[in-house]
Each structure stands twice: as structure tokens, then as C-alpha cells.
Design a protein around this ligand. Structure first.
Ligand code: FAD
Length: 472
């Protein structure tokens, strides 16, 4: 039996569900990846770090498969057509792939499956990107969870070592078909290089493994360090989880076996990831701009002119928000605490529709993940499942004082504030004229005046939400 494994968001050759099953069930296994025009042509920016990250991952995957005696056929076209064409050309009996529960991917996969079946080719698909998916963790009344903590408890209760066991590809690698086609250059795909290789984000399986090893040395302090953006607290593995250059089973197994506060807190973050993935499975409309709590779709967002633009351009006059937005622009990453602060500020201080911020993050984040981004934005905007209550509004200055007390992170991204001391750096408009002179940071000239006054905006935001809250 000859089969085909179609790689998508799972760019690795170890602990890979579809590859493992194909190798076990076949005599010959071809491997393929398609640079999908349906996705790439929709990207606004022709210099996109994600395309480069994937490009690196595909090139590495081809090398490692070849080193095992196999290969990787790489195409550039509409995936839904290319895979059917390739399966026909190779005369395979079945196509194997891992689940991708993004609504667009579900539609694509259903179309591919239909076309393959029409040609008498079987389709086998597997869970791979998460520990529990779809209907695997439900409430006692067999409905989806919409609150995290009970979901997490049920998740932990359902977990057995088998859920974390790796899929060993090794035993049957001799069945890999040594067929490859060259990886098209970035240029041929219609993209320009970015600054990806200047960032502290090593790519591919090797990069993911290196980051994980580095993180394991500090995982025990994760719960203390993770909220402080100036510290090396989190794992920085999100892009690798997004594109499958690491196996989530391997990460979860390591955290589970290790135990202790740090590893347990980190495992919880991986459970948040599963949580939002199952929300997206049950409620694909949340990814299409609908609030999980439907009544909030009626919120009349003021969207004051210039507010969204100032937020995007890192010119709100609130240093921690602006530093966060520069981090996103310069690196394609933003620290989790800052994602919460920046999102909350856009929605509750600038009174801008959360969907605009969600889209901005979706365009810029290397780790952009539909489920997590939609979940995160709806959490911050208080319109989602298990969201921040609408009357709890972050104070951007207090958050700055608490999570970047010395201003180290702010100074890293806002050199114009380099000489402004803490505590003034959290609210630089409070500096006296003399201090502005002395620090070389004149407000309104070297750094913007605050775009809004937090206390006044807070009152407006509460009034906005109350209109909806009053609706039965
Ligand atoms: P670590 O702290 O090391 O966490 C490990 C992994 O757990 C992460 O890589 C991620 O896969 C997962 N994780 C952590 N926190 C969350 C969370 N709250 N929800 C879901 N998964 C989580 N995460 C994305 O992967 N893609 C996104 O597009 C995304 N958008 C977000 C938007 C907003 C407004 C907010 C508030 C959060 C968003 N997150 C998103 C969640 C979180 O901020 C990132 O996963 C995290 O900052 C990635 O850094 P890390 O890998 O160093 O995280």
C-alpha cells in the first residue's frame, strides 16, 4: 500500500500522529507540503515573518526526512487542488493528515476529502496539535465547557500517560519514499525576507528543541517570572506550537512529570490552549467576529477618530502600552501580560471595537492562532467565555508600576524615555518641566501627550457596557 502524508501545521518528523499511522499502515509513504495560495495570497504584507518561519521549517523537515531515507514533495498552489492532484499522480490508496480545527481549514479539508473519495482514495485524519480536542472533554451533561477552571479540572482528571506518549516514527522509517522536489525560494513564493533571523527565535525543530531546553532550566520559576516582561519568564514556544515544530505531547509530558508550582502553572497555559481550541470547534462563529456572549455584539463601539491609529503606531502616550506595541512591530511577539494590557487599553480606554485589535494582532503575531487570539481578545473585551468581568478595568499606569517597576522593558522599546527615571516613566506627563528638560524627553515633542485620561475613559467604558448589561 502506498500512502501520502500531508504536512500542514505540524512541521516535524518526530512524535507526529499522521506520519506514525501512515508508516504503520503502509508499505510506502510519500510526504508533501503545499505553500497554500489560498492563505498566502490573503496576507497583506509581502514581508511576513510567519512565511519565513514556515519556509525554514519546511526546508528543515525536508532535510530530516531525506536523512531518514525519505523525502518531502513541496508545491506552491491551492492546497485543495494540489493534494488531490498529487495523490492521483502518486497513485496512493490513502492520504493521512492531522486535524486543523480553524473553520477555513475545516472547509478546505472537507473539500479535499470529498474530492479524494470521489477518486476512490481514502482519507485518515488524527488529533495531533492538542492533548484533548473537540468533544473529548465535556461537562457531566455532555455539553462543552465555557468556564476554564472546571474545564481544567476535567482535563486533568481525564489525562492518562497514554495521552502524552510520543508516536515513535523510528521503527518503520524504511517505508518512507525518497521523493522530494525543491523548496521554492521565499522570493518565488512572492515574499521578501524579514528580520526573523535577527530575532531571538530560532526556527524549525532544532530551534524549538533549543528553546524548550533553555526553558526547562527555568521552568521552576515560571509562576514568579511570567508576568514581568523585562524578565526571561515564559518559554517563547508559541510560534513553534503554532506550526508544530515542537510536539505539545512532549511539552505537556515534561511539565506533568516535573510537577511543582512552576511546571504546573505552565501546564495550565497549555490547557488554556486546548480550552480555546475546543471553544473554536464548538463555536466557529467566534472566529468570525462574533462575541461568545452574543448580546455583546450589539455594543455600540464609539471608535473615536485617531484612537486605533495611535494604538497601532505606539503613540498613545502610555509607555507600557506603546512599548508593547513596538515589541509586536519589531519582533512579531508580545509578552502575555502586555497582550492583556494593550488589548484592555484599546477596548476600555480608547473605546475601540475589539475586532480591530484582534485583526491587528492576527496580521502581526508570528504565533497568531485563531483560537487563542480570538479567546484572548474576547477575554480582554469582556465579551467572551470566562472573560474578564466588564466592570474590571486595568489601570494602565498601575499595571506598568506593578509589572515593569523599574521601567526596564519600557526603556528597551522606547529609547526616547531612556533617561526618564521610575516612577515617572509610568506616567511621563507628570514630569515637571525641569525634569523633562533634564531627561531630554519633552512631552508633546519627544514623546506624545497621553491620548486619553484613564479615569474619564473608565467611566465612559462602564456606561457603554451597562447599556448591554441592562438588556435581559
Ligand atoms: P508561555 O507562557 O511559555 O506559555 C506556553 C504556551 O501556552 C504558549 O506558547 C501558548 O501556546 C499557550 N498559552 C499560553 N497562554 C495562553 C492563553 N492565554 N491562551 C491560549 N494559549 C496560551 N497565543 C497564541 O499562541 N496565539 C495568539 O494569537 C494569541 N493571541 C493572544 C491575544 C490576546 C489579546 C491575549 C491576551 C493572549 C493571546 N495569546 C495568544 C495567549 C498568550 O499571550 C501567548 O500564547 C503567549 O504570550 C505566548 O508566549 P510563550 O510561548 O512565551 O508563552
Amino acid at each position: 500500500v502506498r500512502t501520502l502524508v500531508w504536512f500542514r501545521r505540524d512541521l516535524r518528523d518526530n512524535d507526529h500522529a499522521a506520519l506514525y499511522h501512515a508508516l504503520r499502515q503502509s508499505r510506502e509513504v510519500a510526504c508533501a507540503f503545499v505553500f497554500d495560495r489560498d492563505i498566502l495570497d490573503g496576507l497583506l504584507d509581502r514581508a511576513d515573518r510567519r512565511v519565513e518561519f514556515i519556509h525554514d521549517g519546511v526546508a528543515e523537515l525536508q532535510r530530516t526526512l531525506e536523512a531518514r531515507g525519505g523525502g518531502l514533495i513541496v508545491r506552491h498552489g491551492r492546497a485543495r487542488d494540489e493534494i488531490v492532484r498529487l495523490a492521483t499522480e502518486l497513485e496512493v490508496e490513502a492520504v493521512f493528515f492531522n486535524h486543523d480545527d480553524d473553520p477555513a481549514a475545516r472547509a478546505r479539508d472537507a473539500a479535499v476529502e470529498g474530492a479524494l473519495h470521489a477518486r476512490g482514495i481514502a482519507v485518515r485524519h488524527y488529533k495531533d496539535a492538542v492533548i484533548f480536542e473537540r468533544e473529548e472533554v465535556l461537562t457531566v451533561s455532555r455539553t462543552p465547557f465555557s468556564v476554564f477552571t472546571p474545564y481544567k479540572n476535567a482535563w486533568l482528571k481525564a489525562l492518562t500517560p497514554a495521552h502524552l506518549a510520543p508516536y515513535p516514527a523510528g521503527r518503520h522509517v524504511g517505508r518512507l519514499l525518497p521523493r522530494s522536489t525543491p523548496v521554492p525560494s521565499l522570493h518565488a513564493l512572492g515574499f521578501r525576507p524579514t528580520n526573523l533571523h535577527d530575532l531571538k527565535l530560532p526556527t524549525g525543530m532544532a530551534g524549538g528543541a533549543r528553546l524548550f531546553e533553555d526553558f526547562l532550566a527555568r521552568i521552576d520559576r515560571y509562576h514568579e517570572a511570567r508576568d514581568f516582561p523585562a524578565q526571561k519568564g515564559p518559554s517563547y514556544l508559541s510560534a513553534h506550537l503554532r506550526f508544530g515544530t515542537v510536539s505539545v505531547r512532549q511539552l505537556a509530558a515534561a511539565a506533568w512529570q516535573r510537577g511543582g508550582r512552576g511546571a504546573q502553572t505552565w501546564l495550565s497555559e497549555l490547557i488554556w490552549r486546548d480550552f480555546y481550541h475546543q471553544i473554536l470547534w464548538h463555536r466557529p462563529d467566534v472566529a468570525a467576529g462574533h462575541a461568545f456572549k452574543a448580546r455583546f455584539d450589539a455594543l455600540p463601539w464609539p471608535n473615536p477618530p485617531g484612537h486605533f491609529e495611535a494604538w497601532c503606531a505606539a503613540r498613545t502616550g502610555y509607555p507600557l502600552v506603546d512599548a508593547a506595541m513596538r515589541q509586536l512591530e519589531q519582533t512579531g511577539y508580545m509578552h502575555n501580560r502586555l497582550r492583556m494590557i494593550a488589548a484592555s487599553f484599546l477596548v476600555k480606554d480608547l473605546l475601540v471595537d475589539w475586532r480591530l485589535g484582534e485583526k491587528w494582532f492576527a496580521d502581526k503575531l508570528i504565533d497568531f492562532d485563531l483560537a487563542a487570539n480570538s479567546g484572548g481578545w474576547q477575554w480582554a473585551a469582556s465579551v467572551g467565555c470566562d472573560a474578564q468581568p466588564w466592570f474590571r478595568i486595568f489601570n494602565p499606569v498601575a499595571q506598568s508600576e506593578r509589572f515593569d517597576p523599574d521601567g526596564h522593558f519600557i526603556r528597551r522599546y522606547l529609547p526616547e524615555l531612556a533617561r526618564v527615571p521610575a516612577p515617572a516613566i509610568h506616567a511621563p506627563w507628570t514630569m515637571s518641566a525641569a525634569l523633562q528638560q533634564q531627561t531630554g524627553c519633552r512631552i508633546g515633542r519627544d514623546y506624545p501627550e497621553p491620548l486619553v485620561e484613564h479615569a474619564a475613559q473608565r467611566v465612559r467604558a462602564l456606561a457603554l457596557f451597562k447599556q448591554i448589561q441592562a438588556v435581559p
